[in-house]
Design a binder for this molecule. Structure first.
Ligand code: FAQ
Length: 321
């Protein structure tokens, strides 16, 4: 009985010191004690974030061989490599919470772990590469700038580095769109078509409305999220509308209008049925994205085996010395 009481006291003390740290705005570091629910919440979000970066390489990867110039090809290649790098920082940061990368990949392959809705849409034309960089990276930055102040130290530090690279990505996308809008009628039409297809899924990237977001209350309480889904979506809309206007693109939302009183844009209804269908695995490209990831992962097994054999050999040499 006494042992149980002592254990409870230690548990209460741990929880209090964790909550005080969060209250003060101190970072939580891997060796700090943390409630199990905080740890699992972070593993879920960070691993899904990492999966999104890696799966996000697929729609763009399709266009490397079809980029319209050597310059465009070099920029696209560099951008896609960055996305792979972001996935790797995030897997490493999530590993500090006591899960392995193999376990995270297994959760992705079994469907237990999600990845961003946005990467289940096809990149049909070169203008889609512009729309992905401008809108998708643009939405990702708004979210990730806010996550730079997230309470978990390794996640927050990964975000600082990732944001620097994402802003270059956003500019490369905007440059593609601006060039196409300054081109022929066909090119302008292609850019507008890409805008029409990517706008609404980009708004969905911020997640459901706050009133429908089951994870938000814990995330805000623990300062994992520093802004709500709706706040970030609004920030993205407000800055993107002006960028679209400058290059002559129309936002495909008849209800979009400036709200003088609130000082921001009101927007039309988002199709949440489509969102839920896509994140449940029924979007246009879910099956293709997962099949490709599984195939490439299986094809790369020999690399992981070789790296492991090399590590064992090195350990043996060290041990024998
Ligand atoms: N897609 O209660 P909430 C990028 C799920 S990186 C799929 O609001 P939460 C770079 C959510 O997981 C893009 N599922 O959840 C790049 C939950 O289900 P669960 C990725 C979504 O976590 C650019 C359920 O709905 N960025 O693009 C989505 O508080 C170009 C209820 O939702 C991040 O991951 C969605 N959009 O808020 C790469 C940022 N939204 O897990 C290549 C970090 C919600 O309970 C090319 N993540 N769900 O089964 C976050 O900030 C948050 O996790 C949210 C969702 C805001 C995404």
């Amino acid at each position: 009985m006494e042992v149980l009481e002592n254990a409870n006291k230690i548990q209460d003390g741990m929880l209090k010191s964790f909550e005080q740290k969060i209250e003060r705005g101190d970072a939580i570091e891997p060796r700090d004690r943390m409630p199990e629910a905080y740890r699992t919440h972070l593993i879920r979000q960070m691993s899904q974030h990492a999966h999104s970066e890696v799966i996000g390489m697929q729609p763009e990867g399709n266009w490397i061989t079809r980029a319209p110039s050597l310059r465009a090809k070099q920029i696209l290649l560099a951008k896609i490599q960055d996305e792979g790098g972001h996935g790797l920082y995030l897997y490493s940061a999530a590993e500090t919470l006591g899960i392995t990368r193999d376990e995270m990949i297994a959760q992705l392959h079994s469907g237990k772990a999600k990845y961003s809705n946005i990467f289940n849409y096809p990149a049909l034309t070169w203008a889609d590469i512009g729309a992905i960089g401008w809108l998708v990276d643009g939405a990702a930055i708004v979210n990730q700038v806010s996550l730079q102040r997230t309470s978990y130290g390794p996640y927050s530090r990964a975000m600082v580095r990732i944001c620097k690279e994402e802003s270059f990505h956003q500019r490369q996308g905007y440059e593609i769109m601006a060039k196409m809008m300054a081109g022929t009628a066909d090119q302008r039409e292609m850019a507008q078509d890409a805008m029409n297809r990517w706008w609404w899924p980009s708004l969905m990237m911020f997640g459901p409305h706050d009133s429908e977001s089951p994870r938000s209350s814990d995330a805000i309480r623990w300062k994992i999220k520093r802004n709500t889904n709706d706040e970030l979506r609004q920030k993205f809309i407000d800055k993107t509308v002006q960028q679209a206007e400058v290059i002559g693109l129309t936002i495909p939302d008849a209800d979009l209008k400036w709200n003088e009183e609130k000082g921001c844009y009101d927007h039309g209804a988002i199709n949440w049925t489509e969102f839920h269908q896509v994140i449940a695995g029924n979007g246009p490209c879910n099956a293709q994205r997962m099949a490709h990831h599984k195939k490439v992962h299986a094809d790369g097994a020999w690399v992981r085996e070789a790296a492991e054999a090399y590590r064992l050999k090195k350990d043996k040499q060290l041990f024998n010395k």
